[in-house]
Ligand binder design. Structure first.
Ligand SMILES: [Zn+2]
Length: 273
């Protein structure tokens, strides 16, 4: 019996590996707009394939047996991508933070959202209490297209700014931070999360590293221009922001962190002007 099962087990492992390899290759190679379109089809089946109640996504409110895997070769993680709304660990943490620690869902807020995340965009747009302005270099989700080095809005014109996982892509991050500080009104708040290597004291930059392969090796992704270290809040402060480091994931507790599959070391940098 065992001898009969063994090849079958191997076959299953082989098929599982092939599926994983095709899936990873698709995630890394298919253009993002196509992936987004495919995701609309996939999510119809996802609730059946991944039915269960082991993990829960606070963004879309669905629960599943597990999340999907996601990430580049150097940052691949299992059980992190919501099959319904495509939220990742950082999106789920930020959603909970915005709900519990800001006035975004209750106050009268004029929000500038740079590089709007797919999982947030429709939900923010539906909020009646906010005036929602979106911007990006080219994303079809954004209504204004511009370069973040020169933001085409008046100074002090927004109550809040959200700009996540952008600063690691731009040429001059200090200038982009100063631009977002400029358009934020005094008393306003901002969230500008980035990938951080917490083992590094100082942000790693090297203008000699320009090829996609080298950038992925050194900065975690083919289109990253730097890898931030623990000095990220100092860089934000240099642009003018008052920075509050909030270890919010700890406040949520281990049980919630595990159920929502959050990253235990992620700090929310809550910025004010
Ligand atoms: Zn979700």
């Amino acid at each position: 019996m065992l001898r009969q099962l063994k090849p079958c087990g191997k076959l299953h492992t082989f098929i599982a590996l092939m599926r994983m390899s095709i899936y990873r290759s698709a995630l890394n190679k298919l253009p993002r707009p196509l992936l987004i379109r495919l995701s609309y089809v996939f999510r119809i089946f996802a609730s059946v394939i991944y039915r269960g109640n082991t993990v829960a996504c606070p963004v879309c409110g669905n629960s599943f047996s597990k999340f999907l895997s996601y990430g580049s070769d150097v940052a691949f993680r299992q059980n992190v991508l919501c099959p319904h709304c495509l939220s990742l660990e950082r999106h789920r943490l930020l959603w909970l933070y915005l709900q519990q620690r800001t006035d975004l869902f209750s106050g009268k807020v004029k929000l500038l959202h740079i590089a709007p995340e797919q999982c947030f965009h429709g939900r923010f747009k539906a909020l009646q209490n906010i005036e929602y302005v979106t911007g990006d270099l080219e994303s079809p989700l954004a209504e204004h297209h511009f370069d973040l080095h020169d933001v085409p809005f008046d100074s002090n014109s927004f109550d809040a700014v959200i700009c996540n996982h952008v600063m690691e892509h731009v040429e001059d991050d200090a200038r982009c931070m100063r631009e977002l500080y400029r358009v934020l009104r005094p008393g306003g708040w901002a969230v500008m999360q980035v990938p951080i290597d917490y083992s590094r004291a100082v942000t790693y930059e090297d203008p000699e590293i320009t090829s996609p392969e080298e950038r992925e090796k050194h900065f975690w992704q083919k289109d990253h221009l730097r890898l931030y270290g623990r000095d990220y809040p100092e860089r934000l402060a240099a642009a003018g922001f008052k920075v509050k480091e909030d270890d919010f994931v700890k406040a949520l507790g281990e049980e919630k962190a595990e159920r929502h599959r959050l990253q235990s070391q992620e700090i929310i940098y809550f910025l004010t002007k």
